[in-house]
Design a protein around this ligand. Structure first.
Ligand code: GN1
Ligand code: MG
Length: 359
């Protein structure tokens, strides 16, 4: 990616946007893409969202956009809200600049907000309902989707990356991380066993969102009710449990994902119950027994994966995630590890809640 400031007027000019673009301003704090709000003359709220997709993370942006087109058309055909893609004047869903960057535009969903923390059980319930609704809407979609990031939540693949990262030790940091590395190694077999259930067909192949933290859902600014899931970049085929786990990782954390004070981090059982109740209110009748039995463990699985991914990136010399300061990936690793331990301590209660809710 180039550091030259992009010419937003030129970029938006390649798309079928309505009205005259008045300004373009940065939005949010995604780790992967650059996201901007596009304002047009005569309107106070943004009209569009412009993104520069990270083509290092997503090597095949056109395939990703084709996945998003399929998913959003399906949801629109059910009369529900989702992202609305804007094409270029050439009829493509992306425009590529001379530097090789891919740009995309979607409509701004008017009257929505996307909170970055779930601070009340009511919000967690709505978030659970939001993911549940996305799953329900996609439950009868049977076209295959492209695998746009190889092995995204596949622990076998993550461990093969991990083993190589340790061998390479690109930044010379591994020797000072014996304790953190043991957090990963001591759970290797349990985590691989969970993935094996997917590989051997115990969990059905579903349409999964794959990045279900709270900031990837839009809520109605006036009523606070869930409107829809956004950031469909990682939508692929997989198990719904990955989505549930990633949402639990996000909604139940009493601290920040990158909290410098690990004592603030833990899983709130109250938030867990609220999120899970919202999720089950939409999906109870759709989940097979093996999925229901593993809903609670999915939180441990994805939180573990995140510990592994942050630590692996730190070992690699901070190549994947954007970082705000030199130790950022290590701070994230430790904070997510604390969350994982808290989930492990409360695991039987987490499981019991699902059983009671489905009785
Ligand atoms: C990345 O960029 P963002 O915030 O949508 C990452 C997720 C991680 C998350 C950690 C494609 O998501 O998998 O869980 O950071 N997305 C990708 O907060 O790697
Ligand atoms: Mg994302």
């Amino acid at each position: 990616m180039t550091d030259v400031k992009p010419d937003y007027r030129e970029i938006t000019g390649h798309f079928l946007v309505k009205g005259k673009v008045s300004s373009v301003e940065p939005l949010g704090e995604g780790f992967i893409n650059d996201t901007l709000k596009v304002f047009v003359e005569g309107r106070d709220d943004p009209a569009y969202i412009l993104q520069r997709k990270n083509h290092v993370v997503f090597p095949d942006v056109p395939a990703m956009m084709e996945n998003i087109r399929k998913v959003t058309s399906h949801i629109h055909s059910r009369g529900a809200e989702t992202l609305t893609l804007i094409s270029t004047t050439e009829g493509d869903l992306w425009w590529r600049d001379a530097g090789g960057n891919y740009w995309t535009i979607t409509e701004f969903n008017a009257g929505t907000v996307s909170p970055s923390v779930a601070d009340t059980p009511g919000l967690a319930f709505q978030g659970g309902k939001g993911l549940g609704a996305f799953h329900r809407l996609m439950a009868d979609f049977n076209e295959p989707l492209a695998e746009t990031i190889k092995g995204f939540h596949n622990m076998k693949w993550r461990f093969s990356q991990w083993d190589e990262a340790l061998k390479r030790d690109a930044a010379g940091r591994a020797s000072s991380l014996a304790e953190e590395i043991s957090w990963i190694e001591s759970r290797r077999d349990a985590m691989l066993a969970f993935r094996d259930k997917f590989d051997t067909g115990a969990f059905p192949v579903r349409v999964t969102h794959n990045d279900t933290k709270i900031s990837n859902f839009l809520f109605d600014a006036a009523s606070g009710e869930l409107r829809c899931a956004i950031d469909l970049d990682t939508t692929m085929n997989g198990t719904w449990l990955n989505d549930v786990g990633d949402a639990l990782r996000s909604y139940t954390n009493t601290g920040a994902e990158d909290d410098r004070n690990p004592d603030k981090v833990g899983m709130s059982m109250e938030m867990y119950k609220a999120w899970m109740s919202g999720y089950l209110s939409e999906t109870k009748g759709l989940l097979v027994p093996a999925e229901l039995e593993n809903l609670a463990f999915s939180g441990l699985y994805i939180t573990f994966e995140q510990v592994l991914r942050f630590l692996m990136d730190y070992i690699d010399g901070d190549k994947y995630y954007k970082t705000a300061y030199p130790e950022h990936n290590l701070v994230r690793t430790r904070a997510q590890y604390r969350l994982l331990c808290s989930m492990e301590e409360q695991y039987s209660e987490m499981n019991a809640f699902v059983t009671e809710s489905c009785a």
